[in-house]
Design a protein around this ligand. Structure first.
Ligand code: ADP
Ligand code: ZN
Ligand code: ZN
Length: 710
């Protein structure tokens, strides 16, 4: 017998090759099998998508039909069970929805090391794996807290209803405990079930992993994220695929983990922009999680203190004519209270009107005083500023020279620590010039302020202050620069946890998720930019960032009660009257969300409309824009094009990066299906156009469905 197999292999994005390639095989291989196949002169990993018997090959048939001309599968990795139909459907859906090739999505979803292993090596590796994780997992409940009434209610509904669920719980309301219990209840019912738990950032995985391992045992839990080595990733992937791991914990890539017994998917901090992949197939792991849950009849639990407006709208209760959204909203408004009566209150929000401060004020006197009080009590403060480096620009006061990047439409940032000017977009770095490169003036000065300069400034201000034990004040900084070295972040976080730091300075990296116990004051220094951004999602992101940052303060209710202290969130702004801050002050996400949703509805923006971005990169902005314009004209005749509107091509906010000019065109429709159909129809046109004179000078183009930043 000869078999004709349709196989997904990694083909270059947008290559002219079809989605699947055909190969011949002498043995029947089930769909989902992993194989090694020849491609050009290489041998590559592939996934069998379909198999068809083409019968014994006779010379006559060989002439008549083409199968015999097919190349043979080189090897089957048959020690591995095939990938499930559900997994293949997920990949197929993601490829279609995000307009990428099946092979690209399928291969990117597999651990990289699988590509390099021969069938024999893989079989050997599998043999070495003992039947780890066999036998039911018995959760360690001795130290588990008794659920609060809010937690108990959420868990009961989770159990009784189908979902998907949106767990809307304040920071510190015990969402993680709900995830832990939901998994425990699942495993009690179905001992061989699997749960997928996703978090937005790698640096949040160790903390969560520790909590899951403590509850379920280290053998039951594996991680999947890009910070792991290839062998580690392969080991985790195999444990999940073979059904040995009960719990897979990971970042967005984990949404594609092969989990044959998947029964529960948790997406923590579901609003976080990191769930959207920003290169290759630009998928949203949150949205795919919901799709996957439905396909596999697994429960889906999205959790957040500040849900995305999409999920919030989707979980609206029925009202009047409106029959409500598809998600079930579970609410946990209260912070966990301390056993001995601590209030567990959310921090008080204090707005400092920067218009009333002396010119050039960095930290207002009131804020400095408040930080000083924390130091005197042995408490910690966190000050965040969303800009790393020493100063965003270096400038010459004489001739007006500024530290522009020669390759990008952006300034190079001054980093004092190594006296460099570094472009945060293309990476171009140079030593700081001694004199102005344009006029020779020796007096070139930093303008503005990043975390490095803020750290220095705080050190000067608190130089003479002493901690209760008489020792000097300790200031630490955590941002992408301070954590570049492997393990640096863990060390720095440990120092904060151990109380070795009095003032922690950092970017939004420190605002997310960390359970710092002694921080009682959080300050945001310069959040105003997002209030008036051209990106309509900027206020939503700012609100959730500030709420999350506020959530870092006063997490230890018992401590606060004992000290008669209280937690504070300070915001320095030039727009204290802005409604966003009013809602923030009251910790009123629903009020903020309804304001924003009203504006979005009126303007016809998501979640009331669906969007895609078409982007082109070229040597000149004209070429890039002309390509997009030509594409839009060609697509205008597609069936259903009247249900879609295209905006004019415009430069990206950072127009030029590494000498490449970038342009984009927003495409919008009130119907997701209409937009999908239009995009699918446009793709072949784009391929054609790229080969035509209009494509000359175009370096690349791409489609971003449901873009997160515009
Ligand atoms: P969230 O994920 O909502 O920010 P966590 O689940 O991290 O909140 O809970 C905050 C703190 O409260 C943690 O230290 C956790 O151990 C504790 N906690 C959670 N649930 C309870 C409970 N039912 N009783 C007592 N403490 C709890
Ligand atoms: Zn000059
Ligand atoms: Zn640059």
């Amino acid at each position: 017998m000869t078999w004709r197999l349709e196989i997904a292999v990694q083909t270059p994005a947008h290559s002219a090759l079809g989605d699947l390639l055909s190969y011949a095989s002498g043995a029947e291989l089930a769909p989902g099998s992993l194989v090694r196949v020849p491609l050009g002169r290489r041998e590559v990993l592939g996934v069998v998508w379909a198999a068809e018997a083409v019968g014994p090959a006779t010379p006559a048939q060989a002439d008549a039909a083409e199968p015999m001309a097919l190349r043979e599968v080189a090897a089957a990795l048959d020690a591995l069970p095939p990938l499930s139909p559900a997994w293949r459907d997920l990949v197929g859906f993601a490829a279609r929805y995000y307009q990428r090739s099946l092979g690209e999505v399928a291969l990117a979803a597999l651990p990289p090391q699988l590509r390099d292993l021969s069938a024999v090596q893989l079989a050997r590796r599998l043999k070495r794996r003992t039947a780890a994780g066999e036998g039911p997992v018995v959760p360690a409940m001795a130290n588990a807290p008794t659920p609060t009434p809010e937690q108990a209610r959420a868990l009961a509904r989770l159990d009784a209803e189908a979902g998907p669920f949106l767990l809307f719980g304040s920071t510190g309301s015990g969402k993680t405990e709900v995830y832990l219990r939901a998994v425990a209840e699942l495993l009690a019912r179905e001992p061989d079930a699997q749960a997928l738990v996703m978090v937005p950032e790698i640096n949040l995985t160790p903390q969560l992993e520790a909590r899951f391992a403590e509850r379920f045992g280290a053998d039951a839990v594996v991680s999947l994220h890009s910070g792991m080595t290839n062998p580690q990733r392969l080991a985790s992937w195999l444990a999940a695929h073979l059904g040995h791991a009960r719990i897979v914990l990971g970042t967005r890539m984990a949404v594609f983990a092969s989990m044959p017994r998947l029964a529960l998917v948790v997406v923590d901090e579901e609003h976080d922009p990191s769930y959207k992949q920003q290169e290759g197939a630009r998928y949203s792991a949150r949205d795919l999680a919901v799709w996957r849950g439905r396909r596999e009849a697994a429960k889906v639990l999205l959790g957040s203190a500040t849900p995305s407006l999409e999920s919030w709208h989707q979980s609206r209760p029925p009202a009047g004519e409106d029959s409500g959204g598809r998600y079930v909203r579970l609410e946990m408004p209260s912070r966990i209270q301390a056993k001995d009566g601590g209030e567990g209150a959310l921090p008080t929000v204090r707005l400092v009107d920067m218009n009333l401060q002396p010119p050039k004020t960095v930290l207002s006197a009131a804020l400095l005083d408040a930080i000083g009080q924390r130091i005197a009590r042995g408490e910690q403060s966190m000050v965040f500023l969303n800009r790393r480096g020493y100063a965003p620009v270096l400038a010459c006061g004489d001739c007006g020279w500024k530290s522009e990047c020669p390759h990008c439409s952006a300034f190079r940032v001054f980093h004092k620590i190594d006296r460099s000017l570094r472009c945060h977009h293309c990476g171009f770095a140079e030593r700081v010039p001694r004199a102005c490169p344009s006029c020779g003036n020796l007096d070139i000065a930093p303008i503005g302020r990043g975390t490095e300069r803020l750290e220095e400034h705080l050190a000067e201000l608190f130089n003479a202050v002493r901690r209760p034990d008489g020792s000097p004040v300790r200031i630490a900084r955590i941002d992408a620069d301070s954590t570049r070295k492997q393990g640096a972040l863990e060390q720095q976080l440990a120092a904060v946890h151990a109380g070795e730091v009095d003032i922690l300075v950092g970017t939004q990296m420190i605002a997310k998720g960390h359970d710092f116990r002694r921080i009682t004051l959080v300050a945001a220094l310069n959040p105003d930019g997002a209030l008036f951004s051209s990106d309509f999602r900027a206020p939503e992101r700012l609100f959730s960032l500030l709420m999350q940052a506020a959530g870092r303060a006063g997490r230890d209710a018992a401590y606060l009660a004992a000290q008669e202290s209280n937690a504070q969130m300070w915001i320095q702004t030039h727009h204290p009257q802005h409604p966003l801050f009013t809602a923030l002050r009251q910790h009123d996400y629903p009020a903020f969300a309804s304001q924003e949703l009203e504006e979005r509805r009126a303007a016809g923006m998501p979640p009331f409309a669906f969007q895609a971005l078409l982007r082109a990169d070229a040597r000149t902005q004209e070429t890039a824009q002309a390509f997009l314009q030509a594409a839009s004209e060609a697509a205008a005749s597609l069936e259903g094009a009247d249900r879609v509107s295209g905006y004019p091509a415009v430069p990206l906010p950072i127009q030029r990066v590494a000498n490449v000019e970038r342009a984009q065109m927003l495409i919008e429709s009130g119907s997701r299906a209409a937009l999908q159909k239009f995009l699918a129809g446009s793709l072949p046109l784009l391929h054609q156009l790229r080969q035509s004179p209009a494509g000359k000078g175009v370096i690349r183009w791409l489609v971003d469905v449901d873009p997160q930043a515009i």
